[in-house]
Design a protein around this ligand. Structure first.
Ligand SMILES: Cc1cc2nc3c(=O)[nH]c(=O)nc-3n(C[C@H](O)[C@H](O)[C@H](O)COP(=O)(O)OP(=O)(O)OC[C@H]3O[C@@H](n4cnc5c(N)ncnc54)[C@H](O)[C@@H]3O)c2cc1C
Length: 298
């Protein structure tokens, strides 16, 4: 791994680190080290890094803001790739918004509101990147990304960049058919003309709603998807698990579908809680909860 790291470092401008703790890159503040961490600044660097990793048989994982991830305490035996540089650029072209996959979604939402462009206002409090948000078809307040997504440029496993229409991505409730060997590089959104004052007011209301309804301690957003016709949080609360604690992890006492890292929690603490919740909810309500949060290193 060391020789691959040296070769990469000599050929790209982004950071290259060995044994990088992933707790520094997740909103949960949990996760052991990745063997290799590479930050790439543009498509050329990305293709170079991927081809070198492929030649050396090293698995890789593309990391956004790590806001929907639980990383194993032992970390990840492979390379984590972080998009930066050109992938953080965006521009408005009339009603069309073109963005790199590493742009924080909330930045785009704020900028669109301030330009009087509607379509992304719902996303102002979602802490992920554009890439992670497309993969998850992120959503809130009754809206989701697929409503405004036009197309994406994806780097596929043969390291070719090609354009996919939003309709080809299988976007549905917190899922897509984008595989772990595909990397979203650039995205286009179609916005609509709106009223800046109204959009900014709406955005403040959404943020206030979250402020009052979501915990402040490190977390990864909703742990489970909502089953049809009910909310995972209501089921967990009804199972009497609000505030239930394992080690340093706790089912939030503010919102039961959040697990919080309240005292140096380990991934194992969180996983134990996840299993307890699933078992209790299945026993009491006959409903199998599906994870929304993604796992790395498991
Ligand atoms: C406080 C809080 C509130 C949240 N609220 C919401 C909410 O209201 N609605 C909601 O939907 N989510 C919410 N989330 C979850 C999370 O922010 C979203 O799922 C977000 O879209 C994840 O983006 P990310 O960049 O952090 O992705 P990561 O967590 O880094 O990765 C998630 C997945 O996307 C993949 N991925 C990331 N970037 C790329 C890329 N460029 N190409 C291909 N694959 C990629 C990763 O490999 C991984 O499989 C919340 C999270 C937190 C912590």
């Amino acid at each position: 791994m060391q020789s691959v790291a040296h070769e990469i470092a000599a050929n790209i401008t982004g950071k290259v680190k060995l044994q990088e703790p992933l707790k520094y890159h997740t909103s949960f503040k949990i996760g052991g080290p990745a063997d290799l961490y590479v930050q790439v600044q543009n498509v050329r660097e990305l293709v170079y890094v991927l081809s070198l990793l492929q030649q050396n048989g090293i698995p890789w994982f593309i990391l956004g803001n790590g806001t929907n991830l639980l990383v194993h305490d032992e970390g990840y035996r492979g390379s984590v790739i972080h998009l930066s540089g050109k992938f953080k650029d965006f521009k408005f072209n009339g009603l069309m918004l073109e963005a790199g996959a590493a742009v924080p979604l909330a930045v785009l939402a704020r900028r669109a509101n301030s330009l009087g462009l509607s379509g992304l206002t719902f996303a102002g409090g979602i802490p992920g990147t554009v890439g992670g948000a497309v993969v998850m078809n992120a959503g809130a307040h009754g809206h989701c990304l697929s409503e405004v997504l036009v197309d994406v440029q994806i780097l596929d496993s043969s390291l070719e960049l090609h354009t996919c229409q939003a309709s080809e991505l299988g976007l549905n409730y917190r899922k897509s058919k984008i595989s772990s060997s595909e990397i979203i590089c650039f995205v286009r959104f179609q916005l609509e003309a709106g009223d800046k004052v109204e959009l900014e007011r709406q955005s403040r209301d959404y943020l206030m709603f979250r402020h009052n309804r979501q915990p402040r301690q490190p977390n990864a957003g909703s742990i489970f998807k909502n089953p049809p016709d009910t909310a995972a949080g209501s089921l967990i609360e009804a199972a009497g698990l609000k505030g239930y604690r394992v080690g340093g992890a706790m089912i939030s006492d503010i919102h039961a579908n959040f697990i919080v890292n309240c005292q140096q929690a380990t991934a194992q603490d969180v996983m134990t809680l996840i299993n307890i919740v699933r078992r209790k909810v299945a026993q009491q309500f006959g409903i199998e909860l599906e994870l929304e949060v993604r796992l790395l290193g498991y």
